[in-house]
Structures are given as structure tokens and as C-alpha cells.
Design a protein around this ligand. Structure first.
Ligand code: ARG
Length: 659
């Protein structure tokens, strides 16, 4: 049930008399919202004030006219006007009860779904294989999966695609590593681990060589920064009250400190590498490794038989690794069309851009110049190589032909925002104007130290061990013997493992989802597995609590099983508040799709769980005063449980029946 839509529809005929234009009418209808203060109203319409000029009357009189014309007897028990011309609506118990009954009877708990279903492609997760997957990719995976599930549940046609980076430089790295550093036996035994090791060996050499090459520049920067600081210091001393100079001095001093720190850390890294003679020998034997790696990559892209053969041999192993993570996260994709899939389509992209006069040669490369950007989008390099952008253009054109989407979402780290702005601008120029392209960007996961969160120095095992740790913590919090005993529960080891797994994985997902996706957030394992607060465990526990009440009702002591046939009655304020929240489920889901914010859903579930807890405290269920009320409350309990479960499900989080 889309409550908000139902209420707005009641205002529409009246408002359209004053606002014949669709856009203005729509804007006005959007001023009808759920009230923040339930003691005043359930819904509030702040439409009269902005109509003052159009109607030529004071807002209070306009509000009176609106109320006179409003036919809401079937929905509301009270319609009032507050100062300033607000129209306040209170839904009637009769309406709430019948809406709850409808929700109870429906398989989708009353969710009617989109009137105009859209086709939406969701591009998410998309890690670069052969490189260790990092926590940013988990965030993309979890947010993307949830957006896809919410849209699907609302009846949209969703196509999910994992745009794997399976064709980039990292393959040049492992191909080079394999040719020069491989341990054949280790590769035969555990190819994934050996490829990971080769990646790190090559990466370390490249890192060292670039530090050494960069050292003179870093030294020069330090000198320049010190000189700058000196001159600003002198100027500032001559004019101590000049605010601008004070600021300049501060930033010059910071810059000087930073460049010294950078130089020092480079020197330290070089010194520590130099104490490893074996490593140094390797570095000497493979000078300018970065360009050698680029050559291997380029050979691969030009169809070199040996490299193509190695790529084909490596790819399944690389995929196996990330598929293991997806399995643990319980995430599946409709498609997994990686970058390599588009390789043969790239020349045609350049041709099309040239034919339409959108791209032009510039300094040997081919570029698309765009208004409003400092740099053009390069689509082919001097040496003929294509870029990430070229592949993304080919991908968008392919999806257009294949899926004819209304919208295409890219769930990717905020650091790629310029790339996507340019991409979307070029796609517009290519005529893809009927598709909405959107970069659903997200912030960085930070460690407790205030720096981007890294799983144990970025090693392959990092992510896996992060999941293991969450599960172990969940076990400690939820399955510890004292807690289980105090609840009088008896759980088998298998049940405990299942609970710890669902709570642990749920904790990681929920933490990612409950923080507004656009901001950075601090990864805090202790907090995320807690049973109190806005956490997965609290919502999962609330669900399990509804189940335990229903089990008790139908158990030996009470033997009640006929509550589904009973009528729901709303007697107490806590019951009413719970009922309102249940009925706002669909509005919440719809709202979360407006800006693709799963946190709207987590906030809703947290509120629902708290309201259930107050309901349970204030309204006895099995000891209610009449058999009818017992059954009504059992029904409300069951309905709450179903919404909690479905709400978690669209977030990709599983539930357990007991915990
Ligand atoms: N592979 C890229 C990365 O790890 C993300 C790809 C996102 N999707 C896309 N169509 N560009 O940074």
C-alpha cells in the first residue's frame, strides 16, 4: 500500500484547479508528507502557503477551501488546519485496521509495486580480478545488491551485471610474474595463491623502482616547499596583521611538513627494501618493470598467442577467488560481462565517435572534448591502446542494444565521479538521451586510525579473514553460553554456526548500508555486531522475537493457532504507532529508490524494531484481556515479523527463527 500516494491522490483534484501544469502540481503534491510529530498528525500538507500568490487569498482561507473539497472520509478520522495553513490528517482506526488486514492477506505484505515498471541495469561490485578485492568492492557489492533487490521487489525489471576488470594491466603483471618468478609446484597445487603471490612480487618491484625514480623529484619538492615557507615567513613578519598572509603561511608550513614526511617515508621504504639483497637483485635483473608489464598487457590485447593462452588459463582461477566471496555474501548476478567481453567492440566505438564528429586526434591520441571539463576524455592512446573509458562507452552501447534500459546505475566509489560525468556527457552526445545514467557513488570505508580501511596490508586473505572475524564476534555476542542459558534456549552447534554466520555477515552488510552511502564511514567491528542499536543483530533479534512469541502461542501451554482468522483491532497508542510504521513499508521502499539510499530502509527497520519493542512492553500479547485481543496482537506480531524479514531480505540480510 502506497499510503502517501493514496493521500496525495485525494488532494490532486483540488490542487489541479489552481495548478493546471503537471510539474507545478507535482511539486505541490510533494509538500504532503508524513508528519514528524505523531502527536499532531499522521500526515501534513503544507500546500496552502505557496498557493497564496496564485489564489490571491491568505493561506488559512486556502486551507479551508481545500478541507471543504477534500473527500477523505474513507481514510481519516480527523482533518484539521494548523497555523500557517497546514492541513493535518489523522488516519482512522477503521482504515488502519482494514489496510493491515489487506497487508496480512497479501503475499507481498501489501506492497503493490510500481505502476510503471522500469527496466534498470545495475552495474555493481565489478572488481579487478587477479588483484586482491578490497573493502570498497564489498561496499559496492552490498549497496548494489540491495538497490537491485529493492527495485525488483517493487516490480521493476532489474538486470544486474558484474563488470569485471578482467582485461587490465594486472594481467600484464601476473603474466610477467608467471614467466619470470613462478613456483611451478606451488602453481599446480594452489594456483589462486600463487597468482596472488606473483601479483605482489611484481607490484613490490614496480613500487620500489618508482620510489627510486621519484626520489629526486621528492627532494626537489622539499627544497621548493622550504624556500616558499621561508619567503612567506619573511613577508608575514613584515605585515603581521595581514589575514591573507597568515593563511598563506599556514598552508605553506603544512605543505613543507607534508613534503618532508613524504620524502622521509620514501627514504625509509627504500632503505628497508635495500636490506633485502635478494629483492634488490631481482629489481636489478628486471629494470623498468612497469613498462615491461605494459608490453605484456599490450601483447595480450593484440592477440599474442602465448599471453592469450596464459590469460585464458588464469582467468578461471581469478574468478574462483571472487566467486568464493560472493558465495559467502550470498550475492548472485544475472551477467558477468567483464571488460574483455567488449574488446572487439572498441574499434567501432572510435569509428562512431569520429563519424559523428565527436572525437578528434590530439597530440597523437584520440579525444572527445567536452564543455565544462578541464581535460578531454581520451578514448585511444598514442600507441593505439584503448582505455577504461572506451570500454565503458562500448558497454553502455551494448546494454542499450541488448536490454533497452530506462535507467543504468553504476555503483562505484566516489573517486570515479569525474570519469562517470564525462562518460554520461559523451553518451548524451551519442544520442542515448532516453536512458537515465546515474553514478550511485559511495564514500570510503575508513579504519579507526582515520585512514582508508585496509584488510591486513591488502593481502588476498584480507577480505576472507574480515568475514571470519565478523562471524567469530557474532558468535561471542549472540551464541555465548550465558546468554543462551538466560533465554532458556537450547541450540545445537549447527544452529549456532548458522546464527553466527547470518549475524556476522549481516553485521558487515548492515554497517555498509546504514551509513548514508555518500559519506565515508569508520569500520568498527565491535559496534556492528552489537545486539543493541541500529545494527543487523538488533533487527534480526526482533524478528526472532516475533517468531518466539508465535511459537509460544501455538505451543502446549496456550495452544492458539486460529489468529490468522481473527480481526486486527487497534486499542493502544503503541499498537497504533506500530501499525502506522508497518503500513509505511512501501512508501519507505519507494523513497529509498528516489536517490538509491538503502539507509532509508535500515532507518525504517530500526524504527519498526523499536516500535515493536514498545508495543511488546506496553501491550501484553498472550495475557491480553480478551481472546479477541490476544489473537489481534498475535496477528500484528506476525505481520511485524514478516515486514522485518522482508526488509532485511531486500538488504540482502538473512534471518534466523531463534537467536
Ligand atoms: N573495475 C573498476 C574498479 O575496480 C570498477 C568498474 C565499475 N563499473 C564500470 N562500468 N566502470 O575500479
Amino acid at each position: 500500500m502506497q499510503l502517501l500516494h493514496t493521500i496525495r491522490a485525494k488532494f490532486e483534484p483540488i490542487l489541479s484547479l489552481w495548478l493546471p501544469e503537471t510539474a507545478a502540481l507535482q511539486a505541490s503534491l510533494e509538500r504532503i508528507v508524513a508528519s514528524r510529530d505523531a502527536s499532531l498528525a499522521d500526515y501534513q500538507a503544507n500546500v496552502a502557503m505557496p498557493l497564496q500568490k496564485i489564489v490571491g487569498k491568505p493561506p488559512l482561507e486556502i486551507a479551508e477551501d481545500i478541507v471543504k473539497g477534500l473527500r477523505v472520509e474513507d481514510l481519516c478520522s480527523e482533518v484539521g488546519i494548523a497555523g500557517g495553513g497546514y492541513v493535518n490528517l489523522r488516519l482512522s482506526h477503521a482504515f488502519l485496521e482494514s489496510a493491515l488486514e489487506m497487508a496480512y492477506q497479501s503475499e507481498k505484505i501489501g506492497v503493490e509495486g510500481a505502476r510503471e515498471p522500469k527496466t534498470v541495469v545495475v552495474d555493481y561490485s565489478s572488481p579487478n580480478v587477479a588483484k586482491p578485492m578490497h573493502v570498497g568492492h564489498i561496499r559496492s557489492t552490498v549497496i548494489g545488491d540491495s538497490i537491485a533487490k529493492i527495485l525488483r521487489f517493487l516490480g521493476h525489471h532489474v538486470i544486474t551485471d558484474n563488470h569485471l576488470g578482467d582485461w587490465g594491466t594486472q594481467f600484464g603483471m601476473i603474466i610477467y610474474g608467471y614467466k619470470h618468478f613462478r613456483d611451478e609446484e606451488a602453481f599446480q597445487k594452489a594456483p589462486v595463491a600463487e597468482l596472488g603471490r606473483l601479483y605482489r612480487v611484481v607490484q613490490r618491484i614496480i613500487g620500489y623502482q618508482s620510489l627510486v625514480t621519484n626520489l629526486p623529484t621528492l627532494e626537489r619538492n622539499t627544497v621548493l616547499a622550504a624556500e616558499k615557507l621561508q619567503s612567506v615567513t619573511e613577508k608575514q613578519a613584515a605585515a603581521p596583521n595581514d589575514k591573507k598572509l597568515q593563511k598563506e603561511l599556514k598552508s605553506a608550513s603544512n605543505a613543507a611538513k607534508e613534503s618532508v614526511a613524504e620524502l622521509e617515508s620514501a627514504k625509509q621504504a627504500i632503505a628497508s627494501a635495500q636490506s633485502d639483497t635478494l629483492f634488490l637483485e631481482r629489481c636489478d635483473a628486471h629494470p623498468q618493470l612497469e613498462s615491461r608489464v605494459l608490453k605484456e598487457t599490450s601483447k595480450l590485447h593484440h592477440g599474442d598467442q602465448e599471453n592469450l593462452g596464459l590469460w585464458e588459463a588464469f582467468l578461471p582461477h581469478c574468478k574462483e577467488e571472487i566467486h568464493g566471496i560472493y558465495e559467502r555474501l550470498n550475492v548472485q548476478f544475472d551477467h558477468e560481462l567483464g571488460e574483455s567481453f567488449y574488446h572487439d567492440m572498441l574499434p567501432a566505438v572510435i569509428e562512431e565517435l569520429m563519424a559523428k564528429d565527436l572525437a578528434a586526434p590530439s597530440e597523437g591520441a584520440i579525444c572527445v572534448f567536452l564543455d565544462g571539463f578541464d581535460a578531454p576524455m581520451i578514448v585511444q592512446k598514442q600507441d593505439g591502446a584503448y582505455l577504461y573509458s572506451t570500454t565503458d562507452l562500448a558497454t553502455a552501447l551494448f546494454r542499450e542494444r541488448e536490454f533497452e534500459p530506462d535507467a543504468c546505475l553504476y555503483v562505484v566509489d566516489h573517486r570515479q565521479s569525474e570519469h562517470f560525468q564525462k562518460l554520461f556527457a559523451v553518451l548524451q552526445k551519442l544520442g542515448l538521451t532516453h536512458t537515465t545514467f546515474k553514478h550511485v557513488s559511495f564514500g570510503t570505508v575508513m579504519g579507526q586510525d582515520g585512514k582508508p580501511f585496509k584488510t591486513r596490508s591488502g593481502e588476498n586473505i584480507g577480505l576472507e579473514s574480515m568475514l571470519d572475524e565478523a562471524i567469530a564476534r557474532a558468535w561471542e555476542v549472540v551464541c555465548n553460553p550465558n546468554r543462551i542459558k538466560s533465554f532458556g534456549m537450547e541450540l545445537t552447534d549447527e544452529e549456532k554456526r548458522d546464527i553466527a554466520n547470518k549475524v556476522g555477515i549481516g553485521a558487515i552488510k548492515y554497517a555498509d548500508l546504514s551509513h548514508n552511502r555518500t559519506s565515508d564511514y569508520v569500520f568498527d567491528m565491535d559496534k556492528m555486531v552489537q545486539l543493541e542499536g541500529n545494527t543487523a543483530a538488533y533487527i534480526q533479534y526482533s524478528y526472532a522475537r516475533t517468531r518466539s512469541i508465535l511459537r509460544r502461542a501455538s505451543g502446549e501451554e496456550f495452544q492458539i493457532t486460529d489468529w490468522p482468522a481473527a480481526a486486527i483491532q487497534i486499542a493502544q497508542p503503541a499498537e497504533r504507532a506500530l501499525a502506522m510504521q508497518i503500513l509505511r513499508f512501501e512508501d519507505t521502499l519507494v523513497q529509498s529508490t528516489h536517490d538509491y539510499l538503502p539507509s532509508v530502509v535500515t532507518d525504517y527497520l530500526y524504527e519498526l524494531a523499536k516500535l515493536f519493542s514498545s508495543f511488546f512492553d506496553q501491550c501484553p500479547v498472550l495475557k491480553a484481556e480478551s481472546p479477541e485481543l490476544i489473537r489481534s496482537r498475535l496477528k500484528l506480531t506476525e505481520l511485524t515479523g514478516r515486514v522485518l524479514k522482508k526488509g532485511l531480505e531486500v538488504l540482502g540480510i538473512e534471518t534466523v527463527e531463534r537467536m
